[in-house]
Design a protein around this ligand. Sequence first.
Ligand SMILES: [Mn+2]
Length: 323
Amino acid sequence: MTQKREIGEFLQGVRHVAIAGHVNPDGDCIGSCMGTFLYLRDNYPDIRTDVYLEPARDVFHFIADLDKAQDILPEDAGCDLLILLDISSRNRIGVAGGLLEKAEKTLCFDHHVTNPGGFTWFFNEPGASSASEVVCGFMDEDRMSADCAAAIYTGIVHDTGVFQYASTSPETMRLAARLMEKQIPFSRIIDQSYYQKSWEQNRACGQALQSSELFYGGRLIMSTLSAEEMRALHVTPADMDGIAEALRSTIGVEASAFMYETEPGLCKVSLRSKETADVSALAQTFGGGGHMRAAGCTLRCSLAEAKEKIREGFGSLLQEEQP
Ligand SMILES: [Mn+2]
């Protein structure tokens, strides 16, 4: 193995670290933030480390010390170094957004091709499976606890769709193997945090599949859930994970778009593709971002208008691939 860098090199003279992820945190965001928190706490006990995350879904509660994550930024909060993980852009920092101006130095680990940077140190690897994999490259694995390994593993599992997406590299698998050597409960992590869904979530996904429509000769599949439908199904935006992927799994489809109302007139759009359509480019035209195969954006309009805009946007994307 090549000699890796270690996060300690950014901690010279630092007495107070704050760690933060993005709004609406997903498995990679939570895994990378908590993994970094646990690693710093175990290996740099003289440095005060705070971690800020919006409330995580219950399925992540097996992650050690997740209850130490703060979901409100105190008035007097500060830090010498702000470590940012998986954020994709400076304006998507969740709870700790207010620290960006206060922090002396910022250190960002990411894997979003759309992240424009603007940090003291910026390690962005768009080809990497996850921010968890990127930040793990800066940890001495001999000094990594099982709890830290479990958090990092969770992040990788979630952002690779359980080692499925093209972003999964041989190195991702080697890293996952080394994390398994730490005796982490890998089966339980995958089942409980990734596959298991509540009855309400499964019904919402079922309804989205049931009402889906095909466009461009079956190359695009789209579906929506209105605020009213979500109320009737007893689900919230936090329950929408996995629906865009379920739509994409349809045979013949290259891309999927799932959209739902977070409030009247505000639509969250999840875009997925299989092999050719760059959905991050489409998301960017609407002020969003993400990856080639998984991206998202938020549109301020009715659900019907959002659907029309996204359908149109896919026109050039799906036509370009025709020979
Ligand atoms: Mn990620």
